[in-house]
Design a protein around this ligand. Structure first.
Ligand SMILES: CC(C)(COP(=O)(O)OP(=O)(O)OC[C@H]1O[C@@H](n2cnc3c(N)ncnc32)[C@H](O)[C@@H]1OP(=O)(O)O)[C@@H](O)C(=O)NCCC(=O)NCCS
Length: 215
């Protein structure tokens, strides 16, 4: 099934929150998603696919008797359109950091389990980094990642070339440390079309051993 990457809209936030709850222990209230999308509407993206066993409208929504439809299956954005990943980003609007150059932050990224290792997270991230720089003038972007998150560390450090700035002790609620990471953004290097067929061009074979990070 082809996967489409498109800008996230307010209509997507229930599905994004659902995916976040499935994939990560760091969860946010719906209004925090809304804040991102309303404040920086071009900075967040979703990956979607069409479903062969397309659910019928009555499986997706429920008429509440007052003419209002309530969505039932939070995996579906619309009939047959399933969310398989998202990236939620913002610009840094911390009043204590106004002396810094404009910069972005990746709040959350995840891909549903059965769609992983297909390059979806990389594409979501490349679209978001390009948009943060081109639209909002972000000079760099930052994020946090768990020290044990091998998949995300590979994506950020190796594929996207983020650098580790520092280790933030007990950053997460369960006490795990985080790597604080940063990438300088340069528009000419970021255009997603530069990377459209990266894997095909490199004829990469999926070699799990080469993906293992040295601790
Ligand atoms: C981290 C995550 C978003 C990666 O998504 P994905 O779509 O599978 O990633 P991609 O297919 O784009 O892979 C990007 C790179 O990471 C590598 N990678 C992906 N999963 C990996 C794993 N389990 N172990 C090692 N490397 C891995 C890929 O091989 C690829 O490397 P390459 O550029 O050298 O070929 C996904 O595993 C996920 O949703 N995890 C749970 C949520 C999470 O941890 N989010 C990040 C929070 S900071």
């Amino acid at each position: 099934m082809p996967v489409t990457i498109r800008r996230a809209t307010i209509d997507d936030i229930i599905c994004m929150q659902n995916a976040n709850l499935h994939n990560l222990p760091e969860n946010y209230m719906l209004k925090y998603y809304m804040y991102h999308i309303l404040s920086w509407p071009e900075g967040s993206f979703v990956a979607t696919t069409t479903d062969v066993d397309e659910p019928q409208m009555d499986q997706l929504s429920l008429e509440d008797g007052k003419g209002q439809e309530t969505k039932l299956d939070p995996n579906y954005l619309a009939p047959g359109e399933k969310l398989v990943g998202y990236v939620l980003t913002k610009m840094n609007d911390d009043p204590d950091q106004q002396d810094q150059a404009p910069n972005g932050h990746v709040t959350s990224l995840s891909v549903m389990r059965t769609y992983r290792r297909m390059g979806i997270a990389e594409k979501l991230m490349r679209q978001a980094l390009f948009a943060l720089n081109e639209v909002y003038g972000a000079q760099f972007v930052s994020l946090h990642v768990r020290q044990s998150n091998r998949a995300a560390l590979h994506l950020y450090a190796d594929t996207l070339e983020f650098e580790v700035l520092s280790v933030e002790k007990s950053y997460y609620q369960d006490g795990e440390d985080a790597y604080a990471m940063k990438k300088i953004l340069k528009l000419d290097e970021l255009h997603p079309k530069n990377f459209a067929n990266r894997k095909m061009a490199e004829k990469l074979e999926d070699d799990f051993e080469s993906d293992l990070l040295v601790a």
